[in-house]
Design a protein around this ligand. Structure first.
Ligand code: COA
Length: 240
């Protein structure tokens, strides 16, 4: 099993289409996606592939970007959306590495491989002389509890003391600490028709709707023909 950057292994980066899509359709319409292609073009040293060289199988990816952190740890940009804005619209000499996404292909999940991706990100931060790896973590089981405020959800722990959410738990186990909530880490807006198409649901009234794969309800406004989803994530910091 190896973790390599796109710059080190362009041959593997060009095979990323082999990874199965893991996202609900609406995520593909997030406003931050406008920046996504630039990561590959401008930051190939900060994008990772997870690859099994024995079986020649692409198993996952981990994407990060270095950004300028101003102020305290409590004063980070607003999650993935905020980091992208800072990097691509404001600039500045980078100080800190931000994780943006980690994916393990569905057929390879549940084998502890995510750890390799996070460790790979941490190594990148160290190698590039950055002061920490921070991650706007998308808690994977939150989608089953959409009405619960994320501030409460992130405090839930199991009887053994470990965090309830499996993905927050993996980060904590690797030494990360929770810094707080980033309320608008990913934003998706569209017409009511687009939302109906993305979710295969009908939204006859204005109001909040629980949608499969969404961490919080989607707000539908029929009068203005608009649906809006604002996804909160949880900032965590790994020492490097
Ligand atoms: C999140 C993700 C990267 C985790 O990768 P993974 O290699 O499957 O994770 P692991 O095998 O290391 O498992 C991590 C923990 O989650 C638990 N877990 C895995 N799948 C689970 C599920 N469907 N329900 C509940 N817990 C689950 C595991 O038991 C493990 O917890 P434990 O060690 O306490 O038992 C992977 O599921 C994924 O790519 N998901 C889709 C994309 C995503 O949500 N990425 C994260 C946000 S960017």
């Amino acid at each position: 099993m190896l973790v390599a950057t796109y710059a080190e292994r362009p041959d593997l980066a060009s095979r990323l289409g082999e990874l199965e899509d893991v996202w609900p359709e609406f995520i593909h319409h997030a406003s931050l996606n406008r920046h996504w292609p630039r990561l590959r073009e401008e930051f190939p040293d900060f994008q990772l592939v997870l690859y099994d060289d024995e079986t020649d199988t692409l198993m996952g990816r981990g994407q990060t970007v270095p950004f300028r952190r101003d102020g305290t740890w409590a004063d980070l940009p607003d999650g993935v959306e905020g980091v992208m804005q800072r990097v691509f619209e404001e600039g500045g000499e980078p100080t800190t590495l931000s994780a943006l996404v980690a994916v393990v292909g569905p057929q390879f999940q549940g084998r502890g491989l995510s750890r390799l991706v996070i460790e790979g990100m941490r190594e990148l931060a160290a190698r590039q002389g950055l002061d920490a790896l921070v991650a706007p973590v998308r808690p994977t089981l939150k989608a089953r509890y959409p009405p619960t405020p994320i501030e409460r959800y992130l405090t839930w722990r199991r009887a053994d003391g470990e965090l309830f959410d499996p993905w927050l738990r993996v980060h904590e186990r690797l030494g990360a600490e929770i810094l707080g909530v980033c309320p608008g880490s990913l934003v998706v807006t569209g017409s009511v028709g687009e939302w109906e198409q993305w979710t295969r649901m009908a939204f006859p009234d204005s109001g909040a709707y629980v949608v499969e794969g969404a961490l919080v309800p989607v707000e539908i406004d029929r009068e203005h023909d608009r649906g809006r989803y604002v996804e909160p994530n949880v900032w965590m910091r790994h020492p490097v």
